[in-house]
Design a protein. Structure first.
Length: 126
């Protein structure tokens, strides 16, 4: 099953996004990589690496990020994993995590989930 990693500047935000997505898809392998090691705001190369490692399988891992340095730090991590099927996805964090988790739990493949996430930004809330 495709794994999902949430990268945020906030430990609480990353963990809460995972918690919310797990309500809809509890069996999907998901991991949070939020904040710095001391609990302060920021992004951590080590936390992102550990999160990817914790949910990695040959099915791949999709990484969703909040903004700014979360993207840059994730790019650096992925440069160190050239032989792994891990990609960043540009989509809204919460909505994207829920869509990805549900689709992964339903057996969708890596490319199918990525394609679905392209349209998440345009989904109307009302």
């Amino acid at each position: 099953m495709v794994g999902i990693v949430i990268v945020s500047h906030s430990t609480h935000l990353a963990e809460s996004v995972i918690e919310m997505a797990a309500v809809m898809a509890q069996d999907t392998p998901m991991a949070a990589a939020g904040g710095l090691e001391d609990g302060s705001f920021g992004t951590s190369f080590e936390k992102i690496t550990a999160a990817i490692d914790s949910v990695y399988s040959d099915d791949g891992v999709l990484v969703l990020m909040d903004l700014g340095s979360a993207v840059m730090t994730t790019e650096m991590v992925l440069e160190m994993m050239p032989d792994r099927r891990v990609e960043m996805v540009d989509c809204p964090l919460v909505e994207g995590a829920i869509v990805a988790a549900i689709q992964a739990a339903g057996g969708a493949d890596f490319e199918g989930i990525k394609e679905s996430l392209k349209g998440v930004a345009g989904t109307r809330k009302f």
